[in-house]
Design a protein around this ligand. Sequence first.
Ligand code: SAH
Ligand code: SF4
Length: 353
Amino acid sequence: MDSYFFVNYPTMIKMNITGMTLEEMEQLMESIGQPKYRASQLFTWLYKKRVDSIDEITVFSKSLRQQITELVEIKQVEIADRQISKDNETIKFLFRLKDGHFIESVYMVDGKRRTVCLSSQVGCTLGCSFCATGAMGFQRNLTVGEIIDQLLTILKTLKVEVTNLVIMGMGEPFLNYEAVIRACDIISHCDGISIGKRKITISTAGIVPKIKQFADDGQGFKLAISLNAVDDQMRSQLMPINKKYPINELLNAAKYYASKSRHLITFEYLMIGGINDSIKDAIKLKKLLKGLRCKLNIIPYNATDGQFKIPSEEKIDAFIRELLESKIVISVRRSKGADIDAACGQLYHNYIK
Ligand code: SAH
Ligand code: SF4
């Protein structure tokens, strides 16, 4: 997590202001003898008006602007590359971090819905066999500021507002739990970026204790679980984390969440040709999800390295038909942005190559 020095801060190290909560800004203002309301102004100008420099905050005197500029830094990420899909509806950003690492974020338009997908880690420890991020290994967790600045940079660059946010980019958000939750809290704050909590979804590969904590904490954010397979043998092959938290434990955690939250859980089902796309799989899935209030999002596999096959349209249709009678709300993520490496971690790989 970001660490700040409010007293005796070393002159050389600047604080990351992007990623600070209102309370932390109040402490910062207090440490330089300023009243509390200055922190509210700073919060609004940073997250709502989205200034690029403290000097643009015209409600501050010139000397206060100078004083704060010496203490803090705004930018946490910079754009290294950008790809736009042929239909102009998906834009993928590759960001360079201050230590030279790269992460990705995606902006997607679908009718009136404008969604940004953010990364939570550089790489991922979980090594799912279908995932380009998994193949990178793990470098480090992102800070609160780096998570938020992906979004701020996209909003500033495209001059848009977004309706939805998903933490579904590189990394496992529940293995960087505190920073992710803190970032989402700041993003949902009504004096800042102000994306409603119900419009923010966090996707996990199934870190069972964190799903329970998320339920207990009563976070208003939505939960998505990447299920991806219906039996432990296959799921462990695709997602090694299943050996630690097998399907029955995962579904028990999901039920626990469902008992505590008003929100429906979304199960993501990454469908891979010849691996998990049979009618048998659909029947088993129906059984597994029986009685659980949930939505199902089918994600056809996006080819990363040729190891797996994309499922055929016929298989996807038959799979859905089998599930329709179960009354589960089903959606299919049609290959949006397939022409621009839009699966998690792919742009990074092609850039590095
Ligand atoms: N670690 C979290 C969130 C990031 S991965 C999780 O696993 O849920 C986000 C989603 O991208 C997951 O649902 C994953 O199944 C999907 N994904 C990964 N590689 C993919 C690929 N090659 N094609 C399509 N979806 C992919
Ligand atoms: Fe990590 Fe999610 Fe990719 Fe699995 S799918 S390697 S958990 S980012």
